[in-house]
Design a protein around this ligand. Structure first.
Ligand code: CMP
Length: 138
């Protein structure tokens, strides 16, 4: 099924200069970049985006980390894009991520884990709407 999903290249990976390498993983695996922007998130925007984790003990650190530098936010489009993106990213904790995944290759820790990706089609729709207007997706 053709799907769209949201991907964020997090501040650690942007600071390392691996935006192009990560984008190549998507494009080389059948995911088209349908939307893309580089932004410095505000505390309010990052906090709202991750509101689902508000009660988790790592919420404060997660928000601080996500505003520690610019991020690259993308809409990825392709067959089974949600699952494909999650397979390409690897496990949330890079120590558990399979060899050859983005997190195994570029991430340092569960906080600085290089990328975010929507975890379901329903969340993908909401996350894309959160960051992109219709005319920014083409
Ligand atoms: P992400 O896919 O962006 O979604 C929430 C983020 O919280 C996650 O990646 C991790 O970077 C971060 N995080 C920190 N600690 C944990 C934890 N114990 N479990 C899940 N996510 C965590």
């Amino acid at each position: 099924m053709m799907e769209q999903t949201l991907s964020i290249i997090k501040p650690d990976a942007v600071a390392k200069g691996v935006i192009g390498k990560i984008v190549d993983r998507f494009e080389s695996n059948g995911l088209r970049i349908a939307g893309m922007k580089k932004v410095q998130l505000s505390e309010q925007t990052a906090g709202e985006f991750y509101a689902v984790h508000k009660e988790r003990p790592f919420y404060g650190e997660l928000v601080s980390f996500m505003i520690s530098g610019p991020v690259v936010i993308m809409v990825l489009e392709g067959e089974n894009a949600v699952l494909k993106n999650r397979d390409l990213m690897g496990a949330t904790n890079p120590k558990e991520a399979l060899a050859g995944t983005i997190r195994a290759d570029f991430a340092e820790s569960i906080d600085a884990n290089a990328v975010h990706g929507s975890d379901s089609l329903e969340n993908a729709v909401n996350e894309i709407k959160f960051f992109f207007t219709e005319d920014e997706i083409c």
